[in-house]
Design a protein around this ligand. Structure first.
Ligand code: GLN
Ligand code: ZN
Length: 772
């Protein structure tokens, strides 16, 4: 028979229970025991959901209080001395590595002050993991009571036999790094680390585990030779354990493994190989052909990264293809990846329009999908006829809905011409005109858009959402806020003003709410890092702009300010990447639809006499495909085009800005240059000014505002510090191309530090104006 399986389940719980518990623990509102009790309750609840759905292979150790990679860091005792030296309770040491710890001496315990380990994005998802951080003389030691064994036993006690999930040794090391000042190559530590995996597998087997899932997602990368070569010795050793260890299912996801297919020949002693057939269905044949004679295929056909109902018929066909080659007993139906990246359950969404609600499937619902697919293949479609019919109806409804087929949007896309991607004149002509109209000084100063979102703003926004104040009252309040921030900018002597974004809750949701084609959920939270969750809007249909979205506020702001006002929009790629995108049309088409909507907005802003317009694209880089080559180039080409389509409709005299929350452009500088934005503001204060060298090397002709101070901390930079920073920048950039601005928006800051920092920034700019 074909079995069903899940690679991992979201851990937050239905109402973000885990977030609430961990934050209460950090705030000393609940005890450690209470936190652990809640975590245990959640694990059990999630196992039961999967058991009740009929899932054959249920994961354990997919749960983490903060992050699953951090769990492994602790499991293998890779704890830098700056954490271990305090002798904290293991849970507090764990959180200290995850989020840093700063606390005064108390009850005879010493003061603690230690920043977190580095956290970075997990592959191309919006989840962040904690980076394993190794020392030159790194020692490894398996925890006395290993978490995978503990959680396996916990489930077993509840009568559920699970398949523990472990991050594999090659991925774990490849995703790690040498600690500051250390030179160790993590992958070179494989031999030292492997005995711990051996020990762990044996312990799992002794505890009763028949199966284990070992994740090796780095197989989807263009692997460094050292990592690729590590698979053979690693799995020769683990595979050789035979009956002393559980059967190993090696899991890959978020890409195809065809370019690393030769590695599979050294994995033939393993029980099964899992591949992501949602992202890369075409790898199926190649992978099947490379399996050993007894090996099982775990077919990831239910999307772990998105919220759409699976097209069951199409999934069944994929699985049947595998069954024809391998037989039923050698095929497992699975989610494409862990369901960590999907919200908990659709059942919590009471307010959704029933038409679109019927198209969605969150983690709880996906659990039933893998079961139905496995049953259909094992016992024939008639065994699950009702479910298949209902599913076919939903798929059909979505495919033929007016929302997904808006002829007006299609017509507009079809009418896009080449010219629409290009500004009227090249940059030198544009900037000359902009100089006469905008009359900016050398080293113009500006900010990135938002000003502090005070408690008062949140209160009024809430009151408006709840209907406690009228639209008119709310509008008056927003106007007053805008007036206030303009007055402050005037007093500070900034050169290009912003309206401060007081009306915006979130930079994507705000625009999504004003576009046709988007829907919003109330509880569909997804873990981003630690206790932080995001609730991405969902693109359900063709996107268009029924009416201007931001013109009213920017126009008002421009009308009351004495200096140029910068209109502020979120770019097409960021609107796309920070949402759940459609899976029925290519993302490039969705980006183009968004771009056309934004293009109208840009043109309307210009008509409202807003002659500086910033289109933020902080998500451009995270969308970069994992592998270099054609896929990456294709992405960059449509991503850049969508930005150009959005912004190129204006006169030469209108200045287009863009903003990026990072400055490592080396990998794709040509794309940044191709945006053709008149001014780029980028994060730079915490990075090396040397990164700016690429702008010189590539003879970048346009204007750049590398952030001169870090906005993530309340610390006020002195005027001298900012001057020093500018001096560094001037080693690379020409004075006439340099703008002076902070790293990013100031939304999360308080007013006093904001004013003080900006005052110093303006003074530093004035100082340099006198020098040149
Ligand atoms: N304009 C936005 C702001 O200032 C930009 C935010 C971002 O880049 N993430 O808040
Ligand atoms: Zn930013």
């Amino acid at each position: 028979m074909v079995r069903s399986s899940i690679l991992g389940f979201p851990r937050m719980g239905r109402l973000r229970d885990l977030k609430k518990a961990t934050e209460a623990y950090w705030g000393e509102k609940i005890s450690r025991e209470e936190l652990l009790k809640e975590a245990k309750r959640l694990r059990l609840e999630h196992w039961r959901i999967q058991q009740d759905a009929g899932v054959d292979i249920i994961p354990s150790n997919d749960f983490a209080l903060y992050d699953q990679v951090l769990d492994h860091i602790q499991l293998f005792g890779i704890i830098p001395e700056r954490y271990s030296k305090y002798g904290l309770h293991p849970i507090d040491e764990y959180f200290a590595m995850g989020r840093g710890l700063q606390r005064p001496a108390k009850d005879g315990q010493p003061a603690v002050d230690v920043p977190s380990l580095e956290m970075v994005k997990w592959f191309d998802s919006n989840y962040h993991y904690v980076k394993p951080t190794l020392q030159d003389n790194q020692q490894f030691k398996l925890a006395a009571d290993p978490k995978p064994v503990r959680e396996f036993l916990e489930a077993k006690e509840a009568g559920i036999i699970t398949r523990p999930v472990i991050l594999g040794p090659v991925s774990f090391l490849t995703l790690g790094k040498a600690d500051r000042g250390q030179t160790v190559a993590p992958i070179a530590q494989l031999e030292k680390l492997l005995p711990l995996y051996v020990e762990l597998l044996i312990k799992l087997k002794e505890a009763g585990a028949e199966d284990v899932q070992i994740d090796e997602p780095v197989l989807v990368f263009d692997l460094p030779a050292s990592s690729k070569a590590a698979f053979k010795p690693a799995y020769a050793k683990l595979g050789a354990l035979g009956g002393a260890a559980p059967r190993i299912t090696l899991a890959t996801y978020f890409g195809d493994i065809v370019h690393n297919i030769d590695v599979l020949s050294s994995l033939q002693s393993l029980y099964a190989i899992h591949v992501d057939l949602v992202r890369n269905p075409e790898q199926l044949r190649t992978v099947i052909a490379s399996l050993g004679p007894n090996q099982t295929l775990s077919a990831g056909v239910v999307d772990g990264r998105n919220i759409w109902k699976t097209n069951l018929q199409a999934a069944i066909e994929k699985v049947e293809l595998a069954v024809q080659r391998l037989g039923q007993d050698r095929v497992i139906v699975a989610t494409s990846s862990s369901l960590l990246h999907t919200p908990h359950t659709l059942a919590s969404e009471k307010g959704l329009d029933p038409e679109v609600r019927d198209w969605f499937s969150f983690a709880v619902e996906k659990a039933s999908e893998v079961v139905v697919i496995a049953n259909a293949v094992t016992n024939g479609p008639s065994s699950v006829r009702e479910q298949l019919e209902a599913n076919a109806k939903s798929i059909q409804s979505r495919a033929t809905s007016k929302r997904t087929n808006d002829p007006k949007v299609k017509e507009r896309l079809a009418a896009v011409t080449k010219d629409m991607y290009n500004r009227k004149s090249p940059f030198p002509t544009r900037i000359a005109q902009q100089e006469t109209t905008l009359k900016l000084p050398l080293f113009p100063t500006t900010t990135i858009g938002s000003f502090p979102q005070t408690k008062e703003i949140r209160i009024q926004r809430n009151r408006f959402t709840k209907g406690e104040i009228t639209a008119e009252q709310y509008e008056k309040f927003i106007e007053k806020e805008i007036q206030d921030v303009i007055k402050i900018q005037e007093e500070l002597g900034l050169d290009v003003f912003v309206h401060g974004e007081p009306e915006r809750n979130d930079m994507v949701q705000y625009f999504g709410e004003r576009l046709t084609g988007y829907v919003f959920t109330t509880h569909a939270w997804v873990q981003s890092y630690g206790s932080r969750c995001v609730r991405p809007p969902i693109i359900v249909g063709d996107v268009s702009r029924p009416a201007p979205m931001s013109v009213k506020e920017s126009k008002y702001a421009a009308s009351v300010s004495s200096k140029p006002m910068k209109g502020m929009l979120t770019g097409p790629i960021t609107c796309l990447r920070w949402s759940f995108p459609r899976d029925d049309i290519h993302q490039s088409i969705q980006a183009q639809q968004l771009a056309l909507a934004l293009r109208d907005e840009v043109i309307d802003l210009e008509a409202a006499e807003v002659f500086v317009i910033q289109v933020d694209e902080p998500a451009l880089r995270e969308g970069l495909p994992l592998r270099a080559g054609k896929e990456r180039e294709d992405y960059l080409s449509w991503a850049v085009n969508s930005f150009r389509l959005a912004t190129a409709g204006v006169a030469d005299s209108t200045q287009i800005h863009s903003h990026f929350c990072y400055s490592e452009f080396q990998d794709f500088f040509h794309a940044i240059a191709a945006l053709d934005a008149d001014v780029l503001s980028i994060e730079n204060s915490k990075s090396d000014a040397k990164l700016l060298k690429v702008f010189v090397d590539e003879a970048y002709p346009r204007h750049i505002g590398p952030g001169v101070y870090d906005i993530h901390s309340p610390r006020v930079p002195s005027e001298q510090e900012i001057k020093d920073r500018i001096a560094e920048m001037l080693q690379y950039l020409r004075p006439e191309q340099l703008w002076i601005d902070p790293d990013c928006g100031l939304k999360t800051r308080q007013w006093p530090e904001t004013k003080a920092a900006l005052a110093n920034m303006v003074n530093a700019a004035k100082f340099y104006r006198q020098q040149y």
